[in-house]
Design a protein around this ligand. Structure first.
Ligand SMILES: [Zn+2]
Length: 201
């Protein structure tokens, strides 16, 4: 089985969304010549690198990551390319997952990546909701224009989860894939994920 990995590597120094917690991977117990045991600890914000936003991120009493069944975290995905700042979506049929390629992942970490990102229009959010899309995934830092949150709220209150900061999207040359966005089973509003796709059978 050939998979395409769409996940940023998590490491010290990874770019965070401005004002988010810093990522820190450090030794809790460092191996020595006498004792080779290694134990590491990991501190991070939940929105660093490739991650999924669950409804609880913006919706009081909304679903957390632990409430999302595995069935809703993988499935057939429609791939859409967008070259414009305002991402609009076609009105024809969309699969249960929608992957949007903007190419912005090639600027990951830059000032513009976090401050001048392409974003979904209100109409695009409505199209996703109407099509019962479970996950919308992008290679940008946010579904919203910098400084706004209305698209996050609209999608999450309709239980459309959001995957942000995909990478390697230039390797997606098909219109459809089978996608997997697998978070930790963690009682949080968001989680780092391993994001990958394979060809549809
Ligand atoms: Zn997020």
């Amino acid at each position: 089985m050939n998979f395409i990995d769409l996940t940023h590597e998590i490491k010290n120094g990874i770019a965070e969304y401005p004002d988010d917690p810093k990522t820190e991977i450090s030794f809790f117990k460092k191996p020595t010549i006498d004792d080779s045991l290694a134990l590491l600890e990991y501190k991070t914000g939940m929105h660093t690198g490739t991650h999924i936003d669950a409804p609880f991120h913006y919706i009081l009493n909304g679903k957390k990551v632990t409430d999302i069944p595995l069935n809703d975290l993988c499935g057939r995905a429609t791939v859409i390319k967008s070259n414009s700042k305002e991402i609009s979506l076609p009105h024809n049929h969309l699969e249960e997952i929608v992957i949007i390629i903007t190419g912005e992942c090639n600027n990951f970490g830059s000032y513009d990546y976090f401050h001048n990102n392409p974003y979904l229009t209100n109409e695009s959010a409505e199209t996703l909701i109407k099509n019962n899309v479970k996950i919308v995934a992008l290679d940008t830092c946010s579904v919203d224009k910098n400084g706004e949150n209305k698209i996050h709220k609209k999608l999450l209150e309709n239980n459309v989860c959001i995957v942000e900061n995909l990478t390697n999207t230039d390797q997606l040359n098909r219109k459809e894939y089978y996608a997997f966005f697998i978070p930790l089973n963690i009682d949080c509003e968001a989680s780092p994920i391993r994001a990958f796709v394979r060809k549809v059978d």
